[in-house]
Design a protein around this ligand. Sequence first.
Ligand SMILES: Cc1cc2nc3c(=O)[nH]c(=O)nc-3n(C[C@H](O)[C@H](O)[C@H](O)COP(=O)(O)O)c2cc1C
Length: 301
Amino acid sequence: MLEIELLGVKMKNPTMLAAGVMGSTAASLNWVSCSGAGAVVTKSFSKMPNKGYKNPTTVEVTGGIINAIGLSSPGVETFKKELESINEEVPKIASIYGASPEEFSQVAGEIEQIVDLIELNISCPHAMSGCGAAIGQDPQLTFDVVEAVKKSVSVPILVKLTPNVTDLPEIALNAQKAGCDGLTLINSLGPGMKIDLETGRPILSNRFGGMSGPAIKPIAIRCVFETYAVADVPLIGVGGISNYHDVVEFLYAGASAVQIGTAIMNHGPEIFAQICQGLEKFMEEHGFQSVNEMVGLAHQF
Ligand SMILES: Cc1cc2nc3c(=O)[nH]c(=O)nc-3n(C[C@H](O)[C@H](O)[C@H](O)COP(=O)(O)O)c2cc1C
């Protein structure tokens, strides 16, 4: 009942790990896969190694967390070994980033044979300069990156969008015009910050970071809803999901599948099995035979 097919990839359910949480090693990705996720997404990695920011890189706030990891990455050569050790049974999605269309294409070319899909992270709100984070705020740069990657690889491409723009449909349509196969939305919101009351110091070493967790869910739902109304490619919804009610809401808004990140920090990877159990029960109670029947239902009103 929960099975879906996303861009030719069969998934046992519509839940995936979100990029950046438990996605740095094959061991942790396999753990998530054994816990019931329908697919796994790696932490974003780049062509060359990148240390990222110094600690502290995450801090809890009301309704979620703020993180500024700074896209730490071991580089594609090292990460390839992890990709090769992920369970064969689970669909694997590589999240990649770069500073230019060429860099994105090079990384994609290195790994296209060993993954099912590639997700382009053009949208991290706190990345170090040179990490291409602002690409997703610029319609032309978004087009250029997606077009370059599509020209160099044949594996389907998802583009992960940022909510930190004034005209999200414009960016989404540019990614689509450049040939992307699906859109993932949203990356973390912000940047935001938190200050220590005793010392007066900003807590994160980078001072600012991206907000995630339940507080951003209404914004993520709006982003999916708004994009579904204009886009013709499947959407993957992410942002603040911590139970099956949240998943239903994303499906109704127009997502064909969902990703879960911050909630794993509070509930462990077991959350995938719990959510799938709840979703199946909800579908039975509401007369849905398949996940597809639920996608975009909120648009009839
Ligand atoms: C600690 C942490 C690290 C993250 N790293 C990445 C990353 O490497 N690449 C990326 O595209 N998104 C990254 N994200 C964003 C998540 O994939 C997701 O889009 C966002 O957190 C919203 O979902 P959530 O509320 O379920 O966490 C990260 C989020 C967190 C909390």
